[in-house]
Design a protein around this ligand. Structure first.
Ligand code: NAD
Length: 439
């Protein structure tokens, strides 16, 4: 447990250690801070924050050894104000209704910020995928999908992959829905290409993270060529971010996953590291690198990319890290204590809402292609995803970096509030032009 000497929140452990449900507290604090600067009436603020619907399902699994275990799954639809709810599905130990709720809200703000015709949702099952056989994982997915099927649909709520799930999980989800008579194109996104997935979806989040990293770094006066980058998390997001950054001539000096962290001053080749892991080895044992004790984010570098899970960038790290730019590949990696330390240290943070938006933008294009029974070339989708990220980046670029997180959130919340007013669900609030905004 990190206590930060001299930090304004030194005794507030709540904000620096992620306990189950803690993400909900962080999210609420940020929401309150931002809505206080928007001229919204209390009814609108309340409606903006409430989730439309939360479902808990039991997943009774017959194990391969003949025993029975009952897992718990969740699906939270936060908002459909701008379109069908949209959000990932995570299989992870400790998945909890409160965290899923916070992540569903984050999705609402993310889709709104990037101008997508979607709302926000999130789902998950409290389980450790590494401890189940492929048959068991398919059965968990099947039972979870049947449980949430009454509330999902391509025009209602569209799940996607997240931590611990991938295109195989999405194939199983779509198949389960079809077998139950719900053969809807675009009922989930992140599917294998052969089953209607888009060619760019797998790489989209990580490539988008790398693209936004370049935009932000150049905006701050740097050049990506030979800049020293570390990436925490070597899954769907971290791997593709590392590959794309290397292709853009950055030097990848540190990488980590749950097995540990590695470093190489001359640079790491993420493709070679992936091959090493795919051959059944641990990242931490990669031979052409040194092992790092502690967080990879603490290494000597210019740019740090937490792309693993929420809450990894703690106040203790924020006090000592050398990076001058943090790009949030993961959702919610920076603790509030860390945030309060990074700002006065002049370390810029590109918030998750902006940085990892490439994934949901690509999901939107997959969904649109499914509706049109089309399949775009990868280059077309890549270009369109990066164009949209550029448009969102421009929203931040006109502000000082200290205001990036709040400005992104404020822009998104204002859009959702306006949608609620336009549909007559809530009394009209002042238009965005009329609103008094304090930064
Ligand atoms: P993933 O399951 O594919 O990969 C997660 C990686 O993080 C794994 O390599 C794991 O070993 C590593 N990891 C876990 N805990 C760690 C820790 N404490 N320190 C270092 N490494 C750790 O998950 P993902 O899909 O890559 O998602 C990563 C993050 O990005 C999550 O916060 C997720 O919500 C967010 N995200 C994912 C997508 C997407 O398209 N997959 C889109 C937007 C946001």
């Amino acid at each position: 447990m990190a206590q930060i000497a001299g930090s304004p929140e030194a005794t507030d452990f709540r904000s620096d250690v992620l306990v189950p449900g803690g993400l909900l507290v962080w999210e609420r604090d940020r929401f309150d801070r931002v809505t206080a600067s928007l001229d919204l009436d209390p009814a609108t603020i309340c409606a903006l924050h409430c989730a439309d619907r939360s479902l808990i399902v039991e997943v009774p699994l017959a194990r391969d050894d003949g025993s029975m275990t009952v897992l718990t799954g969740y699906r939270v639809q936060h908002s459909s104000a701008l379109g069908p709810a949209k959000g990932g599905t995570r299989f992870r130990p400790g998945v909890h209704l409160d965290d899923v709720t916070a992540l569903a809200r984050l999705m609402t703000w993310k889709t709104a910020l990037h101008g997508l015709p979607f709302g926000g949702a999130k789902g998950g099952v409290d389980c450790d995928p590494a401890t189940f056989s492929s048959r068991e994982l398919r059965e968990i997915t099947r039972l979870y999908t049947l449980g949430i099927l009454p509330i999902i649909g391509s025009e209602v709520d569209v799940p996607a992959p997240d931590v611990g799930t991938g295109e195989q999980t999405m194939a199983w989800m779509a198949h389960t829905a079809a077998e139950a008579g719900r053969s809807e194109p675009g009922i989930v996104t992140g599917k294998p290409v052969l089953l209607g997935g888009s060619l760019f979806r797998t790489a989209s989040t990580g490539v988008g993270v790398a693209h936004v990293t370049q935009r932000a770094w150049e905006h701050l006066g740097g050049t990506l060529v030979r800049s020293r980058v570390v990436v925490e998390g070597f899954g769907a997001v971290g791997y593709w971010a590392a590959v794309e950054l290397q292709q853009r001539d950055a030097r990848l000096v540190g990488l980590s996953d749950v097995t540990g962290a590695i470093t190489a001053d001359r640079g790491l080749d993420p493709v070679a590291v992936r091959e090493w892991i795919d051959a059944g080895n641990k990242l931490v044992d990669y031979p052409a690198a040194d092992t790092v004790r502690g967080s990879v984010l603490a290494l000597d570098c210019d740019i740090a990319i937490p792309a693993a899970i929420e809450g990894t960038l703690s106040g203790a790290l924020a006090n000592t890290m050398s990076a001058t730019l943090v790009v949030e590949g993961a959702n919610g990696p920076t603790t509030p204590t860390a945030e309060a330390i990074l700002q006065p240290r002049g370390i810029a943070v590109v918030p998750d809402l902006v940085a990892n938006g490439g994934g949901v933008i690509s999901s939107y294009f997959e969904w649109a292609q499914n509706h049109q029974r089309e399949s775009w070339p990868e280059a077309k989708e890549r270009r369109q995803v990066l164009d949209r990220l550029d448009r969102t980046w421009e929203i931040l670029a006109v502000r000082p970096h200290e205001a990036w997180r709040d400005h992104a959130l404020r822009t998104a919340i204002a859009r959702v509030a306006e949608a609620l007013s336009l549909t007559g669900e809530l009394p009209a609030n002042p238009s965005p032009q009329q609103r008094t905004v304090t930064t």
